[in-house]
Design a protein around this ligand. Structure first.
Ligand SMILES: Nc1ncnc2c1ncn2[C@@H]1O[C@H](COP(=O)(O)OP(=O)(O)OP(=O)(O)O)[C@@H](O)[C@H]1O
Length: 251
């Protein structure tokens, strides 16, 4: 069974402003050879939302993030991006160039046409923003896992995105680093950034998300405001699979 609650429709019918759609997927399918990680995906991401993608390993969360970001094309259906939206993505295991932390950020800007001197200046600001000002000259691959993840966030932040995709941003971090990275992400959201993130950490989902999209075998089985999703009685009544998943993850 599938359970979709569309907040935008509720806002519209109450005569309230509906936030702008930044990116949408319409009946999108992704196929890689014999594997079809995503089937019949309809999803709209609106300005100001913080959407958590959850589901078992292999359910299609990373592929959905890549599809939303435009790194993967739909084999069926469509992706529509609002023309002027700046977007960035932070990967689960961010790739570190064999260079200083500062230059890891600066190269990303330079590749987008920013002059080197300005790129370095903006990178220094981005590193300050994520609390890495003191390690700007350190060799990036030698930084700790938590520092590398914050460096990846600085790289994304330096691009000034209004829409940020994050693939399990705190997986494999220790509890302290997890908290630091999570509060950084929360501060980005507090500054108005729209987020779509994959997570296996349901506590984190409750803390960060406004909306939860639950995937199973490449299909969206639930798409709900966060409080509805974690209302167990509601969830149990409408989606047995999603309810069992939440039970399993919180056990
Ligand atoms: N480039 C690819 N080529 C072939 N199959 C792929 C490719 N990328 C993903 N898949 C397959 O698509 C399915 C969904 O993978 P995906 O990484 O999107 O799941 P996930 O929900 O993010 O998993 P996890 O929680 O383990 O990160 C898996 O069966 C995976 O093996």
């Amino acid at each position: 069974m599938r359970v979709i609650e569309n907040e935008a429709a509720a806002l519209a019918s109450a005569g309230r402003d509906v936030p702008l759609v930044l990116v949408s997927l319409l009946a999108a399918q992704v196929r890689f050879g014999a594997v079809t990680p995503l089937v019949d995906i309809d999803l709209q991401v609106r300005r100001g939302e913080r959407i958590a993608l959850i589901g078992a390993n292999g359910s299609g969360k990373s592929t959905l993030l890549r599809l939303l970001h435009g790194l993967v094309r739909p084999t069926l259906g469509r992706r529509e991006l609002h023309a002027s939206v700046r977007q960035a993505m932070v990967f689960q295991r961010p790739f570190m160039l064999r260079a200083s932390a500062l230059n890891n950020v600066a190269l990303g800007l330079w590749l987008r046409g920013v002059r080197w001197a300005e790129a370095r200046e903006r990178s220094a600001q981005a590193l300050e923003r994520v609390g890495l000002g003191a390690v700007a000259q350190r060799h990036a691959p030698a930084l700790s896992g938590g520092q590398q993840q914050r460096l990846a966030l600085a790289r994304a932040w330096s691009l000034g995105p209004e829409l940020l995709f994050l693939d399990e941003p705190t997986a494999s971090l220790d509890p302290h680093a997890k908290r630091e990275v999570e509060s950084l992400i929360a501060s980005f959201a507090g500054a108005g950034m729209t987020l779509v993130f994959a997570s296996h950490n349901l506590g984190q989902v409750k803390r960060l998300a406004t909306r939860v999209v639950y995937l199973e075998q490449g299909r969206i089985l639930a798409d709900l405001p966060v409080d509805r999703f974690f209302d167990r009685a509601f969830l149990a009544a409408v989606s047995h699979e999603a309810d069992l998943f939440v039970k399993g993850e919180t056990a």
